[in-house]
Design a protein around this ligand. Structure first.
Ligand SMILES: Nc1ncnc2c1ncn2[C@@H]1O[C@H](COP(=O)(O)OP(=O)(O)OP(=O)(O)O)[C@@H](O)[C@H]1O
Length: 185
């Protein structure tokens, strides 16, 4: 059982992978990074005979399959909203800090809060559209106007909001604001 769980959310190309990878480097073996998209991608890779590592990485490859994966995983979620959260947690190593790098829906937050109560901390990464475009974002109908991108737009109870817009916050500032959430450890 972890002692604290950091739930990260943010729109496409806001910097979720970037910041959680830097955080992982700081926390080294005290933390485990979980991705809710991992079980989705594993299933999809097996089913369609695709390269799992390419799907998990930051590449054009995953964009080709994103819409299909979203549609399939949404169907699974309507039957059981905790399905992918549960698998991601089952597969996670015993570490004091869990970093969940891709929270996308209110039901994801709900599931973690229901199961882990006040061990959870929610973090929203924001970046303006110009920055996201510079970092590879291109609007895609069915993806960027769907629930997986917009499901948390009106959520207001974040424990921390990080501005990852180009030129706004320094990486060290961003990381120290996240570390402050771990002060109870
Ligand atoms: N603060 C930053 N400074 C420089 N480059 C950044 C910064 N944040 C993110 N990037 C770069 O922008 C690109 C997109 O970031 P990243 O992959 O972390 O976004 P994401 O939110 O995980 O996107 P997706 O939802 O598509 O997986 C990456 O190439 C990353 O290295």
């Amino acid at each position: 059982m972890p002692q604290i769980i950091l739930l990260f959310s943010g729109k496409r190309k806001s910097g979720k992978d970037f910041l959680t990878t830097h955080l992982q480097k700081l926390l080294t073996d005290r933390c485990e990074v979980l991705k809710i998209s991992q079980p989705i991608k594993s299933h999809w890779a097996k089913e369609k005979n695709l390269n799992l590592n390419e799907l998990l990485g930051d590449s054009e490859y995953k964009e080709q399959y994103r819409l299909d994966m979203i549609n399939w995983s949404d169907e699974m979620r309507t039957q059981d909203y905790g399905y992918f959260c549960r698998i991601a947690c089952q597969d996670a190593a015993e570490k004091p800090i869990w970093i969940v790098s891709d929270i996308r829906r209110k039901t994801d937050i709900h599931w973690f809060k229901e199961k882990y109560g006040d061990l959870t901390r929610t973090i929203r990464i924001v970046a303006d559209e110009a920055t996201r475009i510079k970092r590879g974002f291109q609007f895609k109908s069915g993806v960027d106007d769907g629930i997986s991108e917009c499901g948390l737009d009106d959520y207001t109870e974040w424990d921390l909001v990080i501005d990852n817009t180009d030129g706004k916050q320094k990486l060290e500032e961003q990381l120290s604001s996240i570390l402050a959430l771990l002060s109870r450890l």
